[in-house]
Design a protein around this ligand. Structure first.
Ligand code: TXA
Ligand code: MG
Length: 348
């Protein structure tokens, strides 16, 4: 791969125009969205999309999300848009909801990773929308991290992972949601959440009472079973440290976490505790990273915290489990993957 001098540039109107020219020329550019930073390329050109896979070192069987700036742009990408999809788009676009449709012949195989379906979303971020409009085409964009690393929620995270591998990063500050979009498969009979995100299960139920959740959302795939969303089968969101999720009531979790912490320290490790604001008070004198009080605040800081703990040389991250409702479901989905499903029951 030809090395680049990666430019990190504040996302003003002139920078967005330059980024759009790069995209039109078949190049890749990283840009902010309301969820995480994306690594974009022309979604209608296979060779452009392939550059994304090379820069990220992404497995070729993991399809990309096509980003659009108005719902009408969906026509070129999706074979059929039924009444259900129309309702979802009216209610949740622009926003952190990705919909899976049967694809048209315009979507290159590189984007759909050979599947007959395509994932599409309209992001709720002024820079992302301006960039897509200026480029004048749908933009394929996975998260702008090195494959397997925590998703980037700030421009400097993208630089850490992809510096020298892409020409430009548009800096739009920190992402508000902090976890990737909800992926909802509506290509079949029964709508199914393949990845939970900022548009929650409860919110979707309000529009689609029969929506289901794929079992891979909170459980490891069993040997031999097919991933409905190829991204689910790859190890994901992982910091370099081992992550253990501690589950149970607050007293039991505090006691168990402190015990595991002491054991790791005695063994010469460098443990850290990752927890909500209210729990942090219980760990006086220990190394703690506090994520905030609400599931939304915790989600917004989660990936940045994993990166920061790596930078501090953590060998073990003891993470507090959260309730699997609302944004908590998306956070637990990422936490369980970062932990490779290593969960300790503090009540046991
Ligand atoms: O919030 C987001 O969705 C961010 C920003 C940049 O928009 N993008 C993002 O992309 O998270 P990525 O590639 O990291 O995650 C896309 C997920 C993967 O798990 C992939 O397997 C799944 O969506 N996906 C894409 N196309 C699919 C398809 N046709 N069928 C099933 N799953 C699909
Ligand atoms: Mg990703």
């Amino acid at each position: 791969m030809r090395p680049y001098r990666t430019e990190v540039i504040e996302a003003d109107a002139a920078a967005i125009d330059r980024a759009a020219s790069l995209l039109r020329a078949g190049e890749v550019v990283a840009f902010p969205t309301e969820t995480v930073y994306g690594l974009g390329a022309d979604a209608l050109r296979g060779e452009a999309a392939l550059k994304i896979f090379r820069a990220k070192q992404r497995p070729a069987d993991n399809p990309l999300i096509a980003h659009i700036a108005e719902p009408s742009a969906l026509e070129a990408l999706a074979k059929r848009v039924d009444a259900r999809a129309e309702r979802l788009m009216r209610r949740f676009w622009p926003g952190p909801l990705t919909l899976i449709f049967e694809k048209t012949g315009l979507v290159p195989d590189a984007v759909s990773a050979g599947l007959s379906t395509v994932a599409v979303r309209m992001p709720a971020h002024p820079v992302a929308l301006a960039l897509i409009r200026a480029a004048g085409r749908p933009i394929a964009a996975p998260s702008a991290n090195r494959s397997g690393r925590p998703s980037p929620t700030e421009a400097r995270h993208v630089l850490e992972d992809l510096g020298g591998r892409i020409p430009m990063i548009l800096d739009g500050g920190a992402c508000g949601v902090g976890l990737e979009s909800t992926v909802l498969d509506i290509s079949g009979e029964r709508p199914a959440i393949l990845r939970p995100g900022g548009v929650t299960f409860e919110m979707l139920k309000g529009v689609l009472p029969d929506v289901t959740m794929d079992r891979a959302v909170l459980a490891p795939l069993e040997g031999g079973s097919e991933a409905r969303s190829p991204g689910m089968k790859h190890k994901h969101y992982a910091p370099r440290a081992d992550v253990v999720v501690v589950r149970g009531g607050p007293d039991a979790v505090a006691e168990k976490t402190a015990k595991l912490y002491q054991e790791a320290e005695t063994a010469g490790g460098k443990p850290y505790i990752l927890c909500s604001g209210p729990m942090a008070d219980r760990y006086a004198g220990l190394c703690v990273s506090t994520l905030g009080d609400s599931p939304e605040e915790m989600a917004a800081g989660f990936f940045a915290a994993l990166r920061a703990l790596d930078a501090r040389g953590a060998t073990l991250i003891l993470a507090e489990a959260v309730a699997e409702t609302g944004m908590g479901l998306a956070l637990m989905n990422r936490l369980l993957r970062a932990a490779d499903f290593h969960v300790v029951d503090a009540e046991a």
